[in-house]
Design a protein around this ligand. Structure first.
Ligand code: HDE
Length: 715
C-alpha cells in the first residue's frame, strides 16, 4: 500500500473516534441566535419576508425518489471484527481486529413511496456502507435471505408488478393486488421468496429486531490467491421479532412512522442496536457439491450444510443530523467492494452491479459519490472531471492518463490495488442458466416445514388476506393451485378462504424435510432483555403510587421506556393525595391520543378510584383487550386485577386474588400490593417476584400460548 495513500487517510482520521463523522463535520453548520441570515452567496440579509428570491430554491427542493426502497431511515455506527477471517480474505475490514470501521446503515421498505407507512407487509432493505481506509464497501442487503427472481433482467417486470397498478396507482405499498400475484404465479422461481414474504419476516416489530442478509453470493480472496464463495449475515442482539398482522395494519394508520421513530428513539435513549456479523463460506472447489446452485439467489445455503461463522459486530449509535443530505442522499452500490471482497457470477448480482450506479445518476447526478454522506474517508484520485455538482478541485494541467508527468499511476497489487480474480472459464457463452436453477419448490417446502405452528398459522392468514384483495379469479384461483406445489393442507385452507377451486391433491409431494434457523423462534435475544421495550403504565386519579413508582423505576432501570397513559394528559393524582399541583404525575399521552399497538406491554397499578374510572372508560378496556389479542404481556396489581378480569377474563386465564403472584398466558397479577418493588430485577424464567415474572413475559415478546389455544381470537 502506498504510504501517501495511507498518510492522507490517517490525517483525516487523527483525533477522532469515528472518522466518517469527523469528515461530515466539515460540511455541517448549526443555525443559532448568534448567526445571521445570508443569501446563498453569503451576503447578509435584512429582509426575509418581502423578497421573492428564496422561492427559487424552494421550487427545486425535490429530487426523484428511489425507484424501489424509497421509504427508509438511517443511522451511523461502527463495525468491528472480533475474529479475523484472514484464512478466507485479505480485506482488512474483515481481518484487522484492532480496527473500528465507521458505517452508515439505511433500512427501508421496498414497494411504497417515500411517504408510505412503515409497517406494511413488505421485504425490508438493510443497506450498510462501510467507510474503510481502502475505500467504501457497500453491502446492500435485505431482511429476507432470498429474492423473487434469479436474473436481474426480470427486475423491471417484478417491480412494475408489485408497485401500484398503472391505471389508478392503487394500492400503495401493498402486495395485495392482482398484478403482483399474477407475476409470481407466472414465475415459479418466485415461490420460495413469496413464502418468506408472506411470513412474519415481512412485518418486523422493529428494524432493530430483524436479520440482514447480503442475499447474493459474493466472493472472498485470501493472501494465497484462493477464492471462496460467501454469503453475509447480520443477526440482531435483540432477537428476531414481528408484529401480529392486525397490529401492523392498524399502525399503518395510527403511527405510519413507527419504525423510523423506533430506531431514532432507541439510539437517542442509548439503547444502541447491535448485530453480529457472520459469513457462510464455500471454497471454490466445492461450488458444484450442492443440490442447488450456490449462485442462485432464490436459494438459501442451509445452515446445517454451511454453518454461519460469526466474526464481527455492528452497533448503531448516532442518529443523522438532517434527513435529506444524509439519509435521502445516501446512495449505495453493490459494485462498491474493497480488495479481498469480490462479486460472483450470480446473475442477479451482475445486474445489480450495473443498476445501482446507473440509478444514482438520475437520482443524484454524475457526482453523487462526492456528496458528503457518500464520499469515502480515504483520498479519491483519478481523472474523472466536471459534471453537475462537481465539488472536488483537481489542481494542475493534466486531466488524462497516461501523462507526461506520470501523475496518479495505477497502484500495484502490493500497494493495495483491487485485484480482479483471474477466473478460469471454459464453456459455451449462451443466454442460459445452469439446470439447477430450474428447481423451484424444494426450498419453499423446506421453509414451510421449518416454521413453528403459530408461524404457519400467520402464513396461511397472510395468503388469505392477500388473495382476498385480488379481484381477478384467474389470479386467486391459479395461486391457490400453485400452493399445492408446496403443500396440500396449505393449498386447501387458503383456497377455501379465498374462494379458489377445490384442491384434490398435491401437485408434488411435500418432502417433509426441515432446516434449523429458519423459524424466527430460533433467533431469541442473546440474553432475555426488555431493553428499549415500551411499557405502558395505565392510571387515573387515585392510582396506587407505590406500585406505580416501583414499576416505573424498575422499567427505567432495565433500560425500557415507561409510557404513562391516563384519561387526560394533565396532572394525575395518586390515592389519598391532597391534589396539590405538583404532587401527581404528568402522563405522556391520554387514552385516545395513543394506542396499545404502540407499546410492547401494559402495567396497571391498583387504587380503587383509579380502577373505577378506568373500568368505565371504553377505551381503557379496548387497550387491554387489544393488547391481549396481540399477545402482549400484561401486568396488574391490587384492584387492577379485577379490571384485567373484566377486560379478558377468559376461561383458562388465571388471576391472583391474594398476595401470591400468578403468571398465566403472559398475564402477571398479584391481588395485593406487593412488597419490594424496587429491588433489582433478574430477567429470567425462574424469577419469582411479580416484576421478575412480568419482565420475563415482556422479554418473550409475545405469549404464543394465547394464540395456540385460540384465546386471542375471543377478545
Ligand atoms: Fe435493489 N435496487 N435491486 N435489491 N436494493 C435499489 O438502487 C436492483 C435487490 C436493495 O437504502 C435501487 O439506490 C436490481 C436484492 C436495497 O438506498 C436500484 C436488482 C436486494 C436498496 C436497485 C435488485 C436489494 C435497493 C433503487 C436485481 C437484497 C435500497 C435505488 C433484481 C440483497 C438502498 C437505489 C438504499 C435499491 C436495483 C434486487 C436490496 C434500482 C436491478 C436482491 C436495500 O438500483
Amino acid at each position: 500500500m502506498s504510504t501517501s495513500i495511507l498518510q492522507k487517510a490517517g490525517d483525516i482520521m487523527s483525533g477522532h473516534t469515528n472518522h466518517k463523522l469527523a469528515d461530515l463535520e466539515k460540511d455541517s453548520h448549526r443555525p443559532s441566535p448568534d448567526t445571521r441570515l445570508t443569501t446563498d452567496f453569503g451576503v447578509l440579509q435584512g429582509n426575509q419576508d418581502d423578497t421573492l428570491k428564496i422561492i427559487m430554491h424552494f421550487d427545486h427542493e425535490r429530487i426523484p425518489e428511489r425507484v424501489v426502497h424509497a421509504r427508509g431511515t438511517g443511522a451511523f455506527g461502527t463495525f468491528r471484527v472480533y475474529e479475523s477471517a484472514e484464512d478466507v480474505t485479505f480485506a482488512p475490514v474483515l481481518t484487522d481486529t484492532s480496527r473500528e470501521t465507521p458505517v452508515f446503515v439505511r433500512f427501508s421498505t421496498v414497494q411504497g413511496s417515500r411517504g408510505s407507512a412503515d409497517t406494511v407487509r413488505d421485504v425490508r432493505g438493510f443497506a450498510t456502507k462501510f467507510y474503510t481506509p481502502e475505500g467504501n464497501w457497500d453491502l446492500v442487503g435485505n431482511n429476507i435471505p432470498v429474492f423473487f427472481i434469479q436474473d436481474s433482467i426480470k427486475f423491471p417486470d417484478i417491480i412494475h408488478a408489485v408497485k401500484p397498478e398503472p391505471h389508478n396507482e392503487v394500492p400503495q405499498a401493498q402486495t395485495a393486488h392482482n398484478n403482483f400475484w399474477d407475476f409470481v404465479n407466472l414465475h415459479t422461481e418466485a415461490t420460495h421468496m413469496f413464502m418468506w414474504a408472506m411470513s412474519d419476516r415481512a412485518i418486523p416489530r422493529s428494524y432493530r429486531m430483524m436479520q440482514g442478509f447480503g442475499v447474493n453470493t459474493y466472493t472472498l480472496l485470501n493472501k494465497k490467491g484462493e477464492r471462496f464463495f460467501v454469503k453475509f449475515h447480520w443477526t440482531p442482539e435483540l432477537g428476531v421479532h414481528s408484529f401480529v398482522w392486525d397490529e401492523a395494519l392498524k399502525l399503518a394508520g395510527q403511527d405510519p412512522d413507527f419504525h423510523r421513530k423506533d430506531l431514532y428513539e432507541a439510539i437517542d435513549n442509548g439503547a444502541y442496536p447491535k448485530w453480529k456479523f457472520g459469513i457462510q463460506v464455500i471454497p471454490e472447489s466445492k461450488e458444484h457439491d450442492f443440490e442447488f446452485d450456490i449462485l442462485d439467489a432464490t436459494k438459501v445455503w442451509p445452515e446445517e450444510l454451511i454453518p454461519v461463522r460469526y466474526i464481527g459486530e455492528m452497533v448503531l449509535n448516532k442518529n443523522v443530523d438532517e434527513f435529506f443530505p444524509q439519509t435521502e442522499q445516501a446512495a449505495f452500490c453493490t459494485a462498491h467492494m474493497v480488495p479481498g471482497i469480490g462479486p460472483s457470477d450470480d446473475p442477479l448480482l451482475q445486474g445489480r452491479n450495473f443498476s445501482y450506479f446507473d440509478t444514482q445518476l438520475s437520482r443524484l447526478g454524475v457526482n453523487w459519490q462526492e456528496l458528503p454522506i457518500n464520499r469515502p474517508v480515504c483520498p479519491v484520485m483519478n481523472f474523472n472531471r466536471d459534471g453537475q455538482g462537481r465539488h472536488r478541485i483537481s489542481k494542475g494541467v493534466l486531466n488524462y492518463w497516461p501523462n507526461r508527468a506520470g501523475t496518479n499511476p495505477p497502484a500495484t497489487a502490493e500497494e493495495g490495488a483491487y485485484i480482479d480474480y483471474p477466473q478460469k472459464i471454459a464453456g459455451i457463452k449462451a443466454r442460459a442458466k445452469s439446470p439447477k436453477f430450474k428447481e423451484h419448490f424444494n426450498q419453499a417446502q423446506l421453509f414451510l416445514n421449518s416454521l413453528s405452528p403459530q408461524e404457519k398459522t400467520h402464513l396461511v392468514n397472510a395468503f388469505a388476506f392477500e388473495l382476498d384483495h385480488c379481484e381477478d379469479p384467474v389470479v386467486y384461483e391459479r395461486m391457490s393451485v400453485r400452493l399445492a406445489d408446496i403443500d396440500l393442507d396449505l393449498a386447501r385452507t387458503v383456497s377455501q378462504m379465498v374462494g379458489g377451486p377445490a384442491i384434490e391433491k398435491a401437485s408434488r409431494p411435500n418432502h417433509g424435510k426441515k432446516a434449523t434457523r429458519i423459524s424466527q423462534l430460533e433467533f431469541p435475544p442473546f440474553e432475555p432483555t426488555i431493553k428499549s421495550r415500551r411499557v405502558a403504565i395505565m392510571i387515573a386519579d387515585g392510582y396506587d403510587s407505590l406500585a406505580f413508582n416501583g414499576v416505573r423505576a424498575a422499567v427505567l432501570a432495565a433500560s425500557a421506556l415507561p409510557v404513562i397513559i391516563a384519561p387526560r394528559r394533565s396532572e394525575i393524582f395518586p390515592a389519598s393525595s391532597d391534589k396539590k399541583p405538583g404532587s401527581g404525575v404528568f402522563p405522556h399521552h391520554h387514552l385516545e391520543g395513543y394506542r396499545s399497538t404502540m407499546v410492547d406491554a401494559i402495567f396497571v397499578p391498583g387504587g380503587a378510584e383509579s380502577i373505577q374510572t378506568l373500568s368505565k372508560a371504553g377505551r381503557a378496556l379496548h387497550w387491554l383487550r387489544e393488547a391481549f389479542g396481540h399477545l402482549k404481556a400484561i401486568g396488574g396489581t391490587g384492584e387492577a386485577v379485577g379490571l384485567l378480569q373484566t377486560a379478558f377474563g377468559l376461561p383458562g386465564v388465571e388471576f391472583s386474588s391474594d398476595g401470591s403472584v400468578s403468571s398465566s398466558y403472559g398475564v402477571v397479577t398479584i391481588g395485593k400490593r406487593p412488597e419490594g418493588f424496587m429491588e433489582a430485577v433478574k430477567i429470567a424464567k425462574e424469577g419469582s417476584s411479580f416484576l421478575e415474572k412480568f419482565f420475563y413475559e415482556i422479554s418473550q415478546h409475545r405469549n404464543w400460548d394465547r394464540e395456540l389455544d385460540g384465546l386471542n381470537a375471543q377478545v
